[in-house]
Each structure stands twice: as C-alpha cells, then as structure tokens.
Design a protein around this ligand. Structure first.
Ligand SMILES: [Zn+2]
Length: 250
C-alpha cells in the first residue's frame, strides 16, 4: 500500500512538472529534494508511530469512533492536538480553519455534535493568531475565499492581540450556544472556549490552555469554581460505545 501512495505522489510530481513546462504563468513548485525530504520525514515518523502500537490499537480504531469532544481550533501549524491530549486518537473530533470559527466549517461541527454526539464542543483560539491580526487590519485585497472566511470574525477593531483572540472565542461560543440551544437545554452539550497561549500573553504560563468561557460564563471567579471541579475529576479518554440492546425475536 505504501508503494501505491508513493507512486501516486511521484506521478503527481511528474505531472506537475509537465504542466509547468507548458505554462510559464504557473510558478515553480518547491525544489523536489525539499519535498522528498519532507515526505521522507513524514513516512519515518509514521513508521515509528505504527510500529510503537500493537495492531489491536488500530483494530479498535477501525471499529468506530466515540470521541469525547468536537474541537474547533485554528489551522495555525503551531496549534496541534498533541498539545491537548497524549492520546487524541478516537478522543478528539478535530475541525480546523483560520480563526477557529463555527461558520466556516459549520457542517463539520454539526457532524460532531449531532452525529457523533460529543458531550463537549470546544473552541480554541491561540496567541499571535494571523487571522485575528488580519481582521484588525485591512484584508480587502485578500482573495475572495480568504475574505469570506475572515468576514465571519466580527471583533471590534480596537481589540488586537490576545484580547481580539479572546473576543473571537467568546463570539464563537455564543454562536454555538444559539445553534445548539436544544442540546444545551437538555444537558447533552457543554460549550467551552479556550485560548492556547504559547506566547504567554495571558501570563498563566507559556503553552497553557486557558479556559475562558464555559456555556457563556466568562466571570473569572465562577470559572475558578469550574477549574476546581475539573481538578477534582478523574481523567477520562474516549467514550465507550453505547450497548445496543439485542433485538427480541418476534
Ligand atoms: Zn490562528
């Protein structure tokens, strides 16, 4: 199977080369040695990953997914699921876009909440977010597709940096609470807003995931109570599949 993927990749590189030779308007792709080196590093890391796990681990994953949370994070390469979980496989239903928004990937978020029934929906902003900086400035010259996505981020121009990041997270939580009002009312869903702060802009520690909103609650004192509850809880992984009662024979 590895060879099939590699062949497809080489074929894609060669095809790209042919297209470029015929059309000077298309810029050169990255030099092939760099690309090959990158693919090699991915393959090497993947080999280390799958050889470190027993096949039962993957067979269990193949049976289905029962994630505990739908997580909407920014696509920023500095934000990754291993910052949130040592074992994210089957636990986190990840949705990513620029600016960790509900609107851009609403269908994916809905899939997590309605089809996978995750009891948690979490929006994660991060320090030094390029999408927030763009919204604070003039992005009118961006490509239409990028502009459309940035238009969903409605924070005041006066809010920049980590304040803008936090305001956007609060906005996303508010929008999700409206969309999933029934699930919230029935106690089936908790919507959480958080900031992954690798720049330590919030002065709580570099790299800390700071919870700044729980179901619309943003008061620091009340969130401290929530943190106490969380501290007292036992860590848990992905949910267990619900047992489906055996059908009685008619
Ligand atoms: Zn970002």
């Amino acid at each position: 199977m590895k060879h099939v993927f590699l062949s497809a990749f080489v074929f894609a590189l060669l095809s790209a080369g042919v297209v470029h030779a015929r059309n000077d308007a298309i810029p050169e792709t990255s030099p092939a040695p760099n690309v090959a080196g990158f693919i090699k590093s991915i393959q090497s890391d993947n080999t280390s990953y799958y050889t470190a796990h027993k096949s039962e681990f993957f067979l269990q994953l193949a049976k289905g997914q029962y994630p505990s949370a739908t997580v909407v994070s920014c696509s920023d390469s500095r934000v990754q699921s291993n910052m949130l979980s040592a074992d994210p496989e089957g636990k986190l239903f990840m949705v990513r876009n620029i600016g960790n928004q509900l609107a851009t990937t609403e269908g994916s978020v809905e899939y997590g909440v309605h089809h996978l029934h995750t009891p948690v929906l979490m929006f994660i902003g991060h320090s030094r977010c390029g999408a927030i900086s763009a919204v604070n400035g003039d992005y009118s010259k961006e490509a239409p597709a990028i502009k459309r996505e940035l238009d969903n981020i409605t924070i005041g121009k006066e809010l920049s940096g980590i304040e803008g990041v936090s305001a956007n997270v609060h906005n996303q939580v508010a929008a999700a609470m409206l969309k999933f009002a029934d699930e919230l009312k029935e106690g089936k869903l908790t919507v959480i807003g958080a900031v992954l702060d690798f720049a330590d802009d919030l002065h709580q520690g570099a790299g800390k995931l700071n919870i700044i909103n729980v179901n619309g609650e943003t008061d620091a004192k009340k969130l401290e109570e929530v943190e106490k509850l969380i501290s007292a809880a036992k860590p848990s992984g992905s949910r267990k599949p619900k047992k489906i009662p055996a059908k009685k024979n008619d």
